[in-house]
Design a protein around this ligand. Structure first.
Ligand code: SF4
Length: 363
């Protein structure tokens, strides 16, 4: 089946709500046409700068305004990152995703350090991904030139429900950053979270937003919310495995070429549940006992699961050629010291405000 870029919400909802066995069969068939069903990529997510974020994402323990037990840290050094990447490679990861709790990238020393981290990991022959918040076209070009393989920027939910989750930036800002990444050779990683109180309509809406991008994102992480004490979503009920399987299968059907990533929430899933997600089209997991700040199964458990299912870890650069890294001295792009005006809608989200007030009362 050729990739379509004109999916409607109604069509996607119809797929999402199919009888489960039919949905699984259709998704698994499409998966086999486009991917090796016995290969799953293992990626490692590294929090290179944790906590203290000025944004108000309702699901996130790293937002400075909520009271959580996350301990913040300054930007890691290039050597620390290299050591962690080597460890990840030795345990079977072919991709490292570096996350910094920033609203947007600011030109300067810290960004220069991140560019050096990108060069360093690319030289280890691993796929490098970054998730650093909103970026300009020039910053995307500088990352591309350093050898970045992918940039992650999640849409999180549908445009309508996004307003119930975050008030400090708009959906269009997300799309603009993805657009800036698309002007380079860097691949796009963008997905979302289920279990934040959104409806099936919102889930379909998010898949419309992703699948109608042209080209579609090369990578789509599907996260199940891990409710963290102190955040506005601390009391959300966990999503059922059936919802996760439906979401993975639907993403697979509407984005056949995409790497669908089973992301946060795996600790709440049984081995059988995860196997069903692989059957439905998930072909990547995140390894390591932490996903930025939330718990994740440990690597040996994952390798045991791979062994019992007969799965092989995907090698780096199987889907796209390794980018070349240009050194800082030979760079063609300048530090422009840009100060772009990303939006601040600032509308009221009751549960976010309550969580912030609770934190103030505790302090
Ligand atoms: S999700 Fe990212 S942008 Fe939002 S509060 Fe957390 S670290 Fe900040």
């Amino acid at each position: 089946m050729a990739t379509r870029h004109n999916w409607t919400k109604e069509e996607i909802l119809e797929i999402y709500n199919k009888p489960l066995m039919e949905l699984l069969y259709e998704a698994a068939t499409i998966h086999r046409e486009h991917h090796d069903p016995n290969t799953v990529q293992v990626s490692t997510l590294l929090s290179i700068k944790t906590g203290g974020c000025p944004e108000d994402c309702g699901y996130c323990p790293q937002a400075a305004r909520y009271h959580t037990n996350v301990e913040g840290n300054d930007l890691m050094s290039v050597n620390q990152v290299k050591a962690q990447a080597l460890r990840a490679k030795a345990s079977g990861s072919s991709r490292v995703c570096m996350g910094a709790a920033w609203r947007n990238v600011k030109d300067g020393e810290e960004f220069d350090s991140v560019l050096e981290m990108v060069r360093t990991i690319n030289k280890l022959d691993m796929e490098v991904c970054c998730t650093l918040g909103m970026i300009t076209e020039n910053q995307a070009q500088r990352l591309a030139e350093a050898g970045l393989y992918a940039y992650n920027h999640n849409l999180d939910s549908s445009e309508e429900y996004y307003k119930e989750v975050i008030s400090t930036r708009g959906y269009q800002d997300r799309l603009d950053t993805i657009g800036n990444v698309r002007k380079t050779n860097v691949t796009v990683c963008s997905g979302g979270i289920i279990g934040m109180g959104e409806s099936a309509d919102d889930r379909a809406g998010m898949l419309v937003a992703l699948s109608t991008l042209s080209p579609q994102p090369e990578s789509v992480p599907i996260n199940a919310l891990v409710p963290v004490e102190g955040t506005p979503m601390e009391e959300q009920e966990p999503v059922s495995i059936w919802e996760m399987v439906r979401m993975v299968a639907t993403a697979r059907i509407v984005m056949p070429e995409t790497q669908v990533r089973l992301s946060a929430g795996r600790t709440q899933m049984s081995r059988e549940g995860q196997a069903m997600c692989f059957f439905a089209g998930a072909n990547s997991i995140f390894a390591g006992d932490k996903l930025l700040t939330t718990p994740n199964p440990d690597v040996s458990e994952d390798m045991e699961l791979f062994k019992s299912l007969g799965l092989n870890p995907q090698k780096a650069f199987e889907k796209k050629e390794q980018p070349k890294s240009v050194s800082a001295e030979e760079s063609q792009y300048q530090n422009l010291g840009e100060k772009p005006k990303w939006s601040r809608p600032g509308h009221k989200i009751e549960r976010n405000l309550e969580a912030q007030q609770k934190r103030k009362a505790k302090a």
